[in-house]
Design a protein. Structure first.
Length: 182
């Protein structure tokens, strides 16, 4: 995970990161083709893997601390296919009977969609390339690497939106149209 930061000018930057290697839970569907593709051996003792509950509890504590500092009530997951990622997190929360999730239950920012709009491409590697973000295909599909690149891409897109006038522009445009929903 990467905590996003915003400076006093309203510009987003990727902040601190955190990662964990997770032990497969009982009954997990481990597709051999996916393991071959990523090169991950989930049972390799050198991974120093921990159980989901421990990893989630630690990460959620870090997220809640950031939320408190930033004055937020809920965290919004940013991901490259955010709803897919959120569904995995929600399943792990349910599987481990965790009481509270820091994440909004169904909202997320999806950089695949945002990149499609802003850059005309939805694949993370290609989107980063088009945005001028360095991307090493040999590192791709490492959860932390992809998360860091997703955070960089999100920050770039949000900062570009702000540079173009952002929410202030949208509000002024809405008001100028004298919008009447009736």
């Amino acid at each position: 995970m990467v905590i996003m930061d915003m400076d006093e000018k309203g510009l987003m930057t990727p902040g601190p990161s955190m990662s964990a290697n997770i032990k497969p839970f009982e009954g997990a569907n481990l597709e051999q083709s996916a393991l071959d593709f990523t090169g991950i051996d989930p049972y390799d003792p050198a991974r120093e893997a921990e159980d989901e509950e421990s990893a989630l509890t630690s990460m959620f504590k870090t997220i809640r601390r950031a939320m408190k500092i930033k004055g937020c009530k809920r965290a919004i997951l940013v991901g490259h296919n955010a709803h897919f990622d959120l569904s995995f997190i929600n399943a792990a929360i349910e599987r481990n009977e965790l009481k509270r999730s820091p994440f909004h239950p169904f909202s997320g920012f999806d950089t695949a969609t945002l990149a499609g709009l802003a850059l005309g491409h939805t694949v993370l590697a290609k989107s980063c390339q088009l945005a001028g973000i360095e991307f090493d295909n040999r590192e791709a599909h490492s959860a932390l690497y992809d998360t860091q690149k997703t955070a960089e891409l999100f920050a770039l897109i949000v900062n570009q939106w702000k540079h173009m006038g952002g929410w202030d522009w949208a509000i002024r445009k809405h008001d100028a149209l004298d919008y009447d929903p009736e």
